[in-house]
Design a protein around this ligand. Structure first.
Ligand code: BTN
Length: 327
């Protein structure tokens, strides 16, 4: 028996109980086999109530994103208008790179319900279970010099923070460069991957992972002290399309502002949302740890750090504070 047969049977009863005996008779399998398939469906996000003597009842299905639900909510000119909604992929970053190489326009968006090989910064993996988060990649073709791409990382962090605050009553802090934290725990990460040719920036793929409706059991245990979902933080499950629409709107608006006015307004917004500034911390750079007090951003998007001897140093790549084991 496949779990699909069981699902059809439960769906046909439209929320009424079906006894284990009836299921095993109709599907010609043992009661234990029925129970095993129920467990499998639950792992996929179906909510099946089991009551002794009454049987099983389908109470909820995993929420799925749909183009029909999302498109009418979009308040953007270009961002998300070319939309690829996929089920399971290794990583939306790779899907987007493929589309970019085929000439996809700026603003193209790839969203997946699940990633089997989601990746984070510094070569780490990114937990991306089915139907519970927002795992998406946005394509930008910015007319800016290659060394300025870190500015887009910071822009993305501001856009996500603003969108989340609009949708959920939580306080977001940005940890340099682009981790979004709620009460010190990470709820979202951003991964920028760019393609260049002869020092010219061809395109940027902005990967965004937002832990929306994950439950504690969706995380590996060692991550629970460092990561949290919006549902766990706010106590309520969220409609993912509303949040996606807000992210795209904030992102497009800030991106236009950036193209018109440069980095200065983004820099101020980032600094206002930051939880990294003016606190002594260790910065784990590729060249080794540095102890200092981050004071602000420089024109390129680097972090200006004041060292113990009063001198100042700008850092372009580092992890701030405690090292995270995985994402
Ligand atoms: C981080 O380490 O904080 C960045 C995490 C980025 C995860 C997102 S999920 C969508 C996109 N696809 C990936 O494989 N990674 C990014």
């Amino acid at each position: 028996m496949g779990k699909e047969n069981l699902l059809h049977l439960l769906e046909a009863e439209a929320g009424e109980y079906v006894s284990g005996e009836e299921i095993s008779r109709k599907l010609n399998v043992s009661r234990t086999a029925v129970w095993k398939q129920v467990r499998k469906l639950e792992a996929e996000g179906y909510h099946i109530e089991a009551v002794p003597r009454l049987g099983y009842r389908l109470q909820g299905k995993p929420s799925r994103l749909s183009v029909h639900e999302l498109l009418p909510k979009l308040n953007t000119k270009r961002f998300g208008r070319q939309l690829h909604l996929l089920d399971v992929v290794p990583s939306t970053q790779d899907e987007m790179r493929r589309l970019a190489e085929q000439g996809a326009p700026e603003g193209t968006l790839v969203i997946a319900e699940q990633q089997t090989n989601g990746r984070g910064r510094m070569g780490r993996s990114w937990v991306s279970p089915a139907g519970k988060g927002i795992w998406m990649s946005l394509l930008l073709r910015p007319p800016v010099p290659l060394p300025l791409t870190p500015q887009l990382t910071l822009l993305a962090a501001v856009a996500l923070s603003r969108a989340i605050i609009r949708e959920v009553p939580v306080t977001i802090g940005i940890k340099w460069p682009n981790d979004l934290l709620v009460n010190g725990k990470k709820i979202s990460g951003i991964l920028l991957e760019s393609a260049a040719e002869d020092e010219r920036l061809r395109y940027v793929v902005v990967g965004m992972g937002i832990s929306v409706n994950l439950d504690a059991e969706d995380y590996p245990e060692d991550l629970l002290t460092k990561a949290v979902s919006l549902k766990m933080a706010s106590g309520n499950a969220l409609n993912r399309s509303d949040l996606i629409a807000s992210i795209l709107e904030e992102f497009e608006r800030l991106y236009e502002l950036y193209l018109e006015q440069g980095f200065a307004p983004i820099r101020s917004l980032w600094e206002a949302h930051s939880v990294t500034l003016n606190k002594e911390t260790t910065l784990h750079t590729p060249q080794g740890p540095i102890l200092g007090v981050p004071r602000g951003l420089d024109d390129m998007g680097g972090l200006k750090v004041e060292l113990a001897d009063g001198s100042s140093r700008t850092i372009y790549s580092a992890e701030v504070g405690d090292r995270v084991v995985g994402s």
